[in-house]
Design a binder for this molecule. Structure first.
Ligand code: SF4
Ligand code: SF4
Length: 328
């Protein structure tokens, strides 16, 4: 029988190794936790050599499909000093976005991370508040805030900061919060005390690899060419027939490899009002999308990440869904 990795993983708390003497590090973590983040750790800002090797190999296999933007900023992606030369420490924060829901009124599936307002602006603003609070107490500290927008390798820094491990589904797995978390980073120009890197792993669990309907996951990594999430959001060409037939009610993203993960059982719902399902997303249907202009669509969904797919792509996705399953 496949073992449940949760049974031999201890809570994140035991790896919180910030020494009590270092009040700055403790204060920074407490400030983040009191500012709406669900976990926080600190690691040294340094060149992520192993991650760069892994990433280059991933690109070489063309696992990024036609997302050529992932080939940009190869040096800065792994080296915080190239973005911010004074960088000494990275404060990594996690924000829970878990919710049971994922379907709108028409039974159309939208990935959990995309249901509410665009997380970039929300996390960025909360991180700026943390930076301001830190600077109120320690005016000599300067920093930069990053959420997906700068080419920094957030997941690796989260592991280094003791916040979890990278699962076979390529998500950060935090033992307490699971994988439905956004990651944000505050890069500071000050040496701090650091958490121990997280060293646990999926062990012998392969539930996500087995559950992926298109075989996109393997020990070699995630092959975007086969991933429903890539095809329903990023792919600007026709979705291949062999992927189309695997799509059920997914019109934006796919959470299957996260839903099956034992670390995602019994999670607490997020309590962030901005992550509640957006009214326009709640009501999306083929009819509605076909009867509005691109400009109307952009106005109605401007605060959400669904803009990334765009109106026409969502229409195409709903048509694929309607061939495969019945929607309301
Ligand atoms: S998001 Fe869906 S299609 Fe992509 S790897 Fe996970 S389960 Fe497979
Ligand atoms: S479901 Fe996947 S990510 Fe989760 S523990 Fe199992 S192998 Fe790891």
């Amino acid at each position: 029988m496949e073992s449940d990795p949760k049974t031999f993983t201890v809570m994140a708390e035991h790896i919180k190794t910030i020494s009590p003497e270092n009040s700055i590090s403790k204060n920074i973590i407490n400030t983040a936790l009191n500012s709406g983040f669900d976990d926080c750790g600190i690691c040294k800002a340094e060149f992520l050599e192993e991650d760069k090797k892994y990433y280059l190999n991933w690109l070489k296999q063309n696992f990024h499909a036609d997302m050529s933007f992932l080939e940009n900023y190869l040096e800065t992606r792994f080296n915080p000093e190239l973005l911010f030369p004074e960088a000494k420490s990275v404060v990594v924060v996690l924000k829970n976005y878990y919710t049971q829901s994922g379907l709108n009124d028409k039974n159309l599936f939208i990935s959990k991370y995309a249901l509410g307002k665009d997380y970039h602006a929300i996390i960025k603003s909360q991180l700026k508040n943390v930076l301001n609070s830190i600077r109120n107490t320690y005016p000599e500290i300067n920093g930069r805030v990053y959420v997906d927008t700068a080419p920094v390798f957030e997941r690796s820094n989260a592991v280094k900061a003791g916040l979890g491990f990278t699962g076979n589904n390529k998500c950060l797995i935090n033992p307490r919060l699971g994988s439905f978390v956004f990651i944000g980073e505050l890069v500071l120009d000050t040496e701090l005390d650091y958490n121990k890197a997280y060293t646990d792993s999926c062990k012998d669990c392969k539930l996500c690899i087995k559950a992926c309907p298109t075989g996109a996951l393997s020990k070699k990594g995630l092959d975007a060419n086969k991933c429903i999430s890539y095809h329903t959001i990023e792919n600007r060409n026709k979705i291949p027939q062999k992927i189309q037939i695997k799509i059920t009610n997914q019109i934006f993203g796919c959470d299957i490899c996260q839903n099956v993960c034992p670390y995602n059982s019994n999670l607490k719902e997020h309590n962030e009002p901005d992550f509640m399902i957006n009214k326009e997303i709640q009501e999306i249907s083929l009819e509605k999308l076909e009867n509005i202009t691109d400009t109307d669509f952009e106005n109605k969904l401007k605060d959400t990440v669904l803009l990334r797919a765009g109106r026409k792509k969502l229409i195409d996705n709903i048509k694929i869904v309607m061939k495969n399953v019945s929607v309301k």
